[in-house]
Structures are given as structure tokens and as C-alpha cells.
Ligand binder design. Structure first.
Ligand code: SF4
Length: 376
């Protein structure tokens, strides 16, 4: 492997790599579903090391990338209202809406406040009772419990100047949509370890039965990724569609009961538009009726997202990238019309996006080869 010396345990990494190479009798196609895993695979050259043995496809596991452009539009609309301060994570700033981004809106007077957690947004609302604080709630099951906690806290405090613009998404429906699509090339999935710490892995039993593809719960360290790939290849070689937990140090079969409890108390499952991928049945979370007072869409009379296309900007092919049908480097805009400095689509903006990873680690590779040429 190219960068073996960067591994915490290079000996183990080498053994796992060799085991994968020995086990695979054909080039299996495996999709990692988490953007953090995509970056780990590319950062450490695992995709290159397995070329011809395993083809790695990159799934829709970047929360910024899948947030519908129309949700960004809603956030911009709110942030431009005199009474509102919009609280959001820093990586949402540069994501394009259907027109501009929150950063562009901020340049023309929008009040956008960066926060590190939803509870920071609750604190902002408590500090400034004369202003409405709206938290743009994005992310998968991993971040949703913190949003639920913020809503419960606001409810228990009777905080009427806090609300949430819901854009949370659920992973499994997106995997199901990819597996069910005509011509799906994915032989097996690496499930996102951090999501499974919340959901557990039993939730994938139905999935593997229905779609006949193995799911291996996988972590983020390079050795975790190699172990996840090895388990997948072993299952595929045996023709077994099963769920395997290769991230046992963090994930239990039933997941985190406390986190699931708060999710169930505060949210309900709902259909949701996914950027570039369209409407996803059961693909999102909305506030339950009893927490409606903290729903920014209701509170500010925003238009519903029902029926929106959730398309990417003209020319961006993020939907194909996030469903594994197009490698980022095969997009005609990659590195020319679309770069991290001047992104056309969300997967180039986000630090977890596949296009950003390809761009960033292609540059790392170039630096390394220049350094090693200089050292010779
Ligand atoms: S390279 Fe840019 S334009 Fe192409 S799919 Fe990725 S984000 Fe979209």
C-alpha cells in the first residue's frame, strides 16, 4: 500500500490487504456509505491498493451533500428576516441553494451565526429573548439526537424564540434506493459505524434479506476499513447476504437505547427530498405534533418542500456520484469548472464529500511524489 508507514499498525494493514487480495476471486464492487470512510479510503490510498481486486464506490453518506438545495433556500429566506438569527454548522455556509449560499446571503446582510451544537443555538435564544433563533438541523441519525435534545430543552424551558428548520435524513432508505435501482452495481455495503452506534445493526437484517447484499458495519481508521472490506469479500465469496459487525468496539446489536428514545419522543419518520437523489420515502425526520411550536416551517409560514425536485445545480452530477454511478474524477467539471474554491455542487464543498476527497487527495498524492522526487 502506498502510505503504509502512515498506519498506526502497518503490519496488520499489510496482512489485511494481502488477505483481501488472496480471498477475492473476482473484482467485487463495494460501496462505503459514509463520507468519513470515503475520505479515509482515499487519504490512505486504500482504493488504489485494491485496484483490480475490489472496486470501491462512494455512497450518499455526506450530510452536507444530501441536504436539499431548497432547504438552503429556506434557511436563507429566514436569515434575511429582520427578527431572525439563523444558527448553523460552519460546513453549511458554502453549500449552494438553488441560487445563492448562506455565505453569499450573509454578505448582503443575512444574520447567520455559526454554532458547534444545537444546544449552542438554544443558548443563543436564551441570551437574546428579543430575537428568533432558528437552528438549521442537518445530518444523519448520529447528529439527530442532539437536535432532539435541544428541542426538548427548549420545550422544558418554555423557550418560544427558538425553532428548528428540519433537514435530518436517515441512512437506510438511501441504501435501499441504491440497492433497488435498475442496474445497481453494488455487491455489498459498508455501513457507517457512527450511525450504527445509534441505530444498532439489527436494523439491516430486513435490508440484507430484501436486497440480497451483505452489510458490514465498519469504522473509520484505515485498519477498520480494511477489516470491513475483508469481511465483505469473505461474505461475497461465500455467497452470503448477512449483516456483520466489524466495529464491535463501538457498535452493539440494538444500538443506543437512550438516543433512540429521544429520537422517538421528538421526531417522526417522514419522506424527504435528498439533494441530487430526489424524494426518499421514509428518508427523513420531522418534529412530532407535540413539538410543532418549535418547527420553523410552521412558525414562519414557509412553503412546504413537497414536490420539490431537490436537483443539483446545472451540470453538477452529484446524484450519480452519490449513488455510485459516476466516479468524481469522471465528472466533466471535476478540477476545472468545479474545485473546492469554486464548487459547482455540494460534494465538492463538503469536507466529507466524495468530489472534495478526490480533489484533496489527488493533491496530497502530487505533493508526496514531489517530495519524494526532491528527496532523491
Ligand atoms: S465534480 Fe463538482 S460538478 Fe461534478 S459531481 Fe462533483 S460537485 Fe458536482
Amino acid at each position: 500500500m502506498k502510505y503504509l508507514d502512515e498506519f498506526r499498525d502497518p503490519g496488520l494493514a499489510k496482512r489485511l490487504l494481502e488477505e483481501i487480495q488472496r480471498t477475492a476471486t473476482r473484482a467485487w464492487t463495494i460501496m462505503e456509505v459514509c463520507g468519513g470512510q470515503t475520505h479515509g479510503l482515499l487519504r490512505h490510498g486504500i482504493d488504489d491498493a485494491l485496484r483490480g481486486v475490489v472496486e470501491l464506490l462512494h455512497g450518499p453518506g455526506c450530510p452536507v451533500c444530501v441536504t436539499a438545495a431548497e432547504s438552503i433556500d429556506q434557511a436563507i429566506e429566514l436569515s434575511l428576516r429582520a427578527e431572525v438569527r439563523l444558527a448553523t454548522f460552519g460546513d453549511m455556509l458554502r453549500v449552494p441553494g438553488t441560487g445563492e449560499s448562506l455565505l453569499m446571503a450573509r454578505r448582503r446582510g443575512a444574520r447567520v451565526q455559526l454554532v458547534y451544537s444545537p444546544l449552542d443555538a438554544v443558548a443563543l435564544a436564551r441570551e437574546d429573548p428579543d430575537r428568533e433563533v432558528v437552528f438549521l438541523a442537518v445530518g444523519f441519525e448520529t447528529t439527530a439526537p442532539a437536535t432532539a435534545l435541544a428541542v426538548e430543552q427548549a420545550a422544558s424551558l418554555g423557550l418560544s424564540n427558538f425553532s428548528v428548520l428540519m433537514a435530518h435524513v436517515r441512512v437506510e432508505p438511501a441504501m435501499a434506493a441504491i440497492a433497488a435501482a435498475a442496474g445497481c452495481r453494488v455487491d455489498g455495503f459498508l455501513a457507517a459505524g457512527h450511525v450504527c452506534t445509534i441505530t444498532g445493526y439489527e436494523v439491516y437484517r430486513d435490508f440484507v434479506e430484501r436486497y440480497g447484499r451483505p452489510v458490514v458495519v465498519t469504522g473509520f481508521e484505515p485498519v477498520d476499513l480494511l477489516q470491513g472490506i475483508l469481511h465483505s469479500v469473505q461474505l461475497l465469496e461465500r455467497g452470503q447476504a448477512e449483516v456483520v459487525n466489524a466495529y464491535g468496539r463501538s457498535v452493539a446489536a440494538a444500538g443506543n437505547a437512550a438516543a433512540q428514545g429521544i429520537l422517538q419522543r421528538v421526531f417522526r419518520v417522514a419522506d424527504r427530498p435528498w439533494r441530487g437523489l430526489g424524494w426518499m420515502p421514509a428518508g427523513g425526520l420531522l418534529l412530532r405534533e407535540e413539538f410543532r411550536a418549535w418547527d420553523a416551517v410552521d412558525k414562519f409560514g414557509l412553503s412546504s418542500l413537497d414536490g420539490v425536485e431537490a436537483a443539483e445545480a446545472t451540470g453538477c452530477r452529484s446524484g450519480e456520484v452519490m449513488s455510485g454511478r459516476l466516479r468524481p474524477s469522471d465528472c466533466p467539471h471535476f478540477g476545472t469548472g468545479c474545485t473546492p474554491e469554486s464548487p459547482l455542487g455540494a460534494p465538492m464543498v463538503s469536507g466529507e464529500g466524495a468530489c472534495n476527497a478526490y480533489y484533496r487527495y489527488a493533491s496530497v498524492e502530487l505533493e508526496r511524489s514531489q517530495k519524494s522526487a526532491g528527496g532523491r
